[in-house]
Design a protein around this ligand. Structure first.
Ligand SMILES: Nc1nc2c(c(=O)[nH]1)N(C=O)[C@@H](CNc1ccc(C(=O)N[C@@H](CCC(=O)O)C(=O)O)cc1)CN2
Ligand SMILES: Nc1ncnc2c1ncn2[C@@H]1O[C@H](COP(=O)(O)OP(=O)(O)OP(=O)(O)O)[C@@H](O)[C@H]1O
Length: 186
C-alpha cells in the first residue's frame, strides 16, 4: 500500500473514532508500554498528543516515566522542519501551536545523542516496522540524528498493515510498535 493512501484511510478512521475508544486504547497502550524491556534506560523522548487531531493520549505514559524518575524530552517544531528536543519538568509551560500540537515554550534543548528511547506518533505502520506520519518527514530526519542503539517505538491505535510499498532511503524502521492489543517487535 502507498503512504498517501494509508494516510487518507487512517486519518478517516481516526476522525471517526469515539472519544471513549481512544481513551481505552490510550490506557491499554500505556499498560503494554510498561511490559517493554526499557526500564534500565534513562532518557525518554515522547510526543505531546494533539486533542484536535484525535491522537492517542500520551499523558499516562508520561506519568509512568515521571514516577520512574526518567529524564523526559518532548519535541518542538522549528521552522526548518527539524525537531528540537526540550526537557519536560514541573516548570515547563506548554502552548498549543498552529497545528493543534502542544509544545514547550521554555526549557533546555538536549542533543539527540543523549536519547535512549523515542516514543513515535504515526498514522500507520507495517509488519517490518516502517511507519507513515503526517508526511513532513520530521521523525525520519530526527531518527537519522539519533544514536544507532536508540530504541524507536511506535504507538498505534490500529494494528499493522501488510506492507508500505513506497519506502524511500530516508525511512528508518521502528524497533517496536505498541497497540492496544499487542507489542510488535521488529
Ligand atoms: N503530537 C505530535 N507531535 C508531533 C508530531 C505528531 O505527529 N504528533 N510530528 C510528527 O511528525 C511532528 C509534527 N508534524 C507535523 C507534520 C505536518 C503538519 C502540517 O503541516 N499539517 C497541516 C496539513 C499538511 C499540510 O499543510 O501540508 C495542517 O494540519 O494544517 C504539522 C505537524 C512533531 N510533533
Ligand atoms: N533524513 C532526511 N533528510 C532529508 N529529507 C528527508 C529525510 N527524511 C525524510 N525526508 C523527506 O521528508 C518527506 C516526508 O517523508 P515521509 O513521507 O516519510 O514523512 P512521514 O514519516 O509520513 O512524516 P513525519 O515523520 O513528519 O510523521 C519526504 O520527501 C522525505 O524524502
Amino acid at each position: 500500500m502507498l503512504k498517501k493512501d494509508l494516510r487518507t484511510h487512517f486519518l478517516e478512521l481516526r476522525a471517526n473514532t469515539p472519544a471513549s475508544t481512544l481513551t481505552k486504547a490510550s490506557l491499554d497502550i500505556s499498560e503494554n508500554v510498561l511490559k517493554l524491556p526499557l526500564w534500565d534506560l534513562a532518557t525518554f523522548h515522547i510526543f505531546l498528543h494533539s486533542i484536535e487531531k484525535k491522537e492517542l493520549d500520551t499523558r499516562l505514559i508520561i506519568d509512568n516515566l515521571r514516577e520512574k524518575n526518567k529524564n523526559i524530552l518532548v519535541p518542538r517544531m522549528s521552522p526548518n522542519q527539524e525537531l528540537q528536543h526540550i526537557q519536560l519538568t514541573e516548570d515547563t509551560i506548554l502552548e498549543v501551536n498552529r497545528w493543534g500540537i502542544p509544545e514547550p515554550v521554555n526549557g533546555d534543548t538536549i542533543s539527540p545523542d543523549a536519547i535512549d528511547v523515542v516514543f513515535t506518533p504515526l498514522l500507520a505502520f507495517d509488519r517490518q516496522g516502517y511507519r507513515v506520519g503526517y508526511g513532513k518527514g520530521y521523525y525520519d530526519r530526527f531518527f537519522a540524528q539519533c544514536r544507532k542503539d536508540c530504541i524507536k517505538i511506535g504507538l498505534s491505535q490500529f494494528e499493522a498493515v501488510d506492507e508500505i510499498t513506497d519506502k524511500d532511503k530516508h525511512d528508518i524502521p521502528l524497533n517496536y510498535c505498541v497497540t492496544p492489543l499487542r507489542i510488535y517487535e521488529f
